[in-house]
Design a binder for this molecule. Structure first.
Ligand code: SF4
Length: 287
């Protein structure tokens, strides 16, 4: 590193290092240029978390209305669902709505009282982000901050999610973020099966309308709901799943990462798989 670094640049580098520290990445090597896509090999070369170079702020891709066009889509192996749903699928009973839209879904929900979670809610948290996003994050349900603001992932866990999205070279508004249940469970408890069953058809409609290329389930509730499985998330975390003609990957919830910082490195590896699928490259450091 040159001896005299402008103070503004030093501040940016420090901020960027804090980003990566929050993701559990603490080792950096300056003599390696990680590449997500190997031209000789159709399989994407996913760099290890410890070999990630430090991107400078100015080298991050500019925010786009839509996630970059994927270039390695066909190279990621397709994997059969981890669990074939037993009995009728929760989602098979969801009626297809003609000319559906996010606005129509929100209007259909209205001041929803379909399940008991409405009793303790301040604001219904519908979702946030680009309606044309190629990347959708699905969490569990609103917490206190979300319930107060009516927006998903705005508390401490939400800040970490935003940092993770930015570390992928995107801005939060490039993705779409929503939850399995749209009203805060009391004391932040796990949503109960009847609540999930009542609310998740609206989630399904949201995903169908947005039609993303990749869905990332944040935590066990989202993963178990969409995959209709009772298996623990650690059994298939980070593995691509086929979901209604789209690709789905389950990873840990940011709230779990706040309690278990070492798991951030696993999540970062998962997000690099998502980046490869979407044709996103790690920002390259300037020589
Ligand atoms: S959680 Fe969903 S189904 Fe239950 S009241 Fe809220 S919006 Fe309605």
């Amino acid at each position: 590193m040159p001896e005299s670094i402008p103070e503004s640049l030093q501040t940016k580098i420090e901020e960027r290092l804090r980003y990566y520290e929050d993701l559990g990445i603490r080792l950096f090597y300056r003599d390696r240029e990680p590449s997500l896509v190997s031209p000789e090999n159709s399989s994407p070369a996913i760099p290890q978390a410890s070999s990630v170079s430090i991107p400078e702020e100015s080298s991050l891709p500019k925010a786009k209305a839509k996630v970059a066009v994927p270039v390695v889509a066909a190279s990621v192996p397709r994997i059969a669902p981890v669990i074939a749903p037993s009995g009728p699928s929760l989602f098979e009973v969801v009626e297809k709505v003609q000319d559906d839209s996010l606005l129509k879904i929100r209007e259909d929900l209205g001041e929803c009282t379909r399940c008991k979670l409405h009793k303790g809610r301040n604001k219904l948290v519908f979702g946030d982000g680009s309606p044309k996003a190629q990347l959708v994050f699905v969490g569990e349900g609103p917490g206190a901050d979300e319930d107060a603001q009516g927006l998903p992932f705005v508390g401490r866990a939400g800040k970490l999610l935003t940092q993770m999205i930015e570390a992928m070279g995107l801005q939060r508004k490039d993705a779409y973020i929503c939850n399995v249940v749209k009203c805060r469970p009391p004391e932040n408890r796990t949503p109960e099966p009847d609540e999930v069953k009542t609310c998740s058809p609206y989630l399904l409609r949201q995903i169908d309308v947005i039609n993303p290329k990749v869905i990332v389930c944040l935590g066990a509730v989202a993963a178990k709901t969409l995959l209709e499985t009772t298996r623990g998330i650690s059994q298939y975390r980070g593995e691509w799943q086929e979901w209604r003609g789209r690709k789905l990957l389950a990873t840990y919830h940011p709230a779990y990462l706040l309690r278990n910082p070492p798991a951030k490195a696993d999540v970062w590896k998962d997000l690099q798989k998502v980046m490869a699928e979407l044709g996103l490259q790690l920002p390259k450091k300037k020589s």
